[in-house]
Write a new protein. Structure first.
Length: 308
């Protein structure tokens, strides 16, 4: 399977990890949701992301989920989140998933990093642990990790390590980082792929700033695929029109602590997974919240029908 490169583009959707109501991994639903993403036209998959409930899995489960997704993904490249508090665990999981055929691994900085020097040293150690042949996505998600990385520090890290091929930009606000990267590249710095997170909430603007696509989850991945396609074609207003039709659901999903419950509820409603269950700890939608989401979806369907 092809590996990710500095020129990788498109939509790499974050794969949810389906669970049965008792907390066991639902592998039949995992197959089904991979088929669902494939049929919606995504360009790649990312497993064991934060919204894939990776911290709730054992190392053995993480490897088995990756194996199952790779077996089902057909032609889609698969990036694997391998973030962990220690480099030994990152190295062990990375070797296992790359041997299985992963397209690359994603590493977020641990919460303990506070200075630029510490962050730079950490990614130097990551590359030394994995080896320069493993393509790496640097996950820049300070709202979750608590680690703030400036554009200047990111530039230093990427320049030093060619195996870091992608910046997963999910700072908030993060649009300026995209501009900073592209301006630096115009002055001679090497190119890196930029895929953006945050549930796709700023995707039209990110594409206009020079992003290559999205690496995030949303229960309607076809929206992100279409926004990226239209943006690449220079059809900016049409891209915004498509995005706007889904905006109420995206806003509802942005609630801290509730986003994954909303996403799984909608995916279950669409038939992509059997159950919206999360592995503990993780809250389900209340009956009232479920009714609110149902109303949003009904209005969304009406808007799309009128728009078409």
């Amino acid at each position: 399977m092809a590996q990710i490169t500095p020129d990788t583009q498109g939509v790499f959707v974050i794969v949810v990890t389906p669970f049965e109501d008792n907390g066991a991994i639902d592998y039949a639903s995992l197959d089904r949701v991979v088929d669902f993403y494939h049929d919606k036209g995504v360009d790649g998959l990312t497993v064991l992301g934060m919204m894939g409930e990776a911290p709730k899995l054992t190392q053995g489960e993480s490897i088995e989920v990756t194996r199952r997704v790779l077996r089902r993904s057909r032609d889609l490249p698969v990036v694997v989140g391998v973030s962990a508090p220690g480099l030994a665990a990152i190295g062990e999981l990375s070797r296992a998933v790359m041997d299985l055929g992963a397209a690359g691994v994603m590493v977020a900085p641990p919460w303990s990093l506070r200075t630029d020097d510490q962050i730079i040293a950490y990614y130097r150690d990551v590359v030394a642990t994995l080896g320069p042949e493993v393509p790496v996505v640097l996950q820049d998600f300070p709202l979750s990790s608590g680690v703030q990385i400036s554009s200047r520090t990111l530039g230093t890290i990427f320049e030093a390590h060619p195996s870091l091929v992608m910046h997963k930009n999910e700072d908030w606000p993060g649009l300026q980082k995209i501009t900073d990267f592209r301006q630096a590249e115009a002055k001679g710095r090497r190119r890196v792929s930029i895929l953006c997170g945050n549930g796709g909430f700023f995707l039209p603007e990110e594409m206009q700033r020079g992003a290559d696509g999205a690496m995030t989850g949303f229960a309607y991945p076809e929206m992100m695929v279409e926004v990226v396609r239209l943006s690449r074609a220079g059809r900016v207003e049409e891209a915004h029109d498509v995005f706007d039709a889904y905006l109420p659901l995206m806003c509802y999903e942005q609630q801290p602590g509730l986003g994954l419950a909303v996403r799984k509820y909608v995916l279950a409603r669409r038939g992509a997974i059997a159950s919206a269950a999360q592995r503990r700890p993780g809250a389900a939608l209340s009956p009232l919240a479920a009714r609110e989401v149902d109303r949003i979806l009904a209005r969304q369907e009406a808007r799309l029908a009128a728009w078409k």
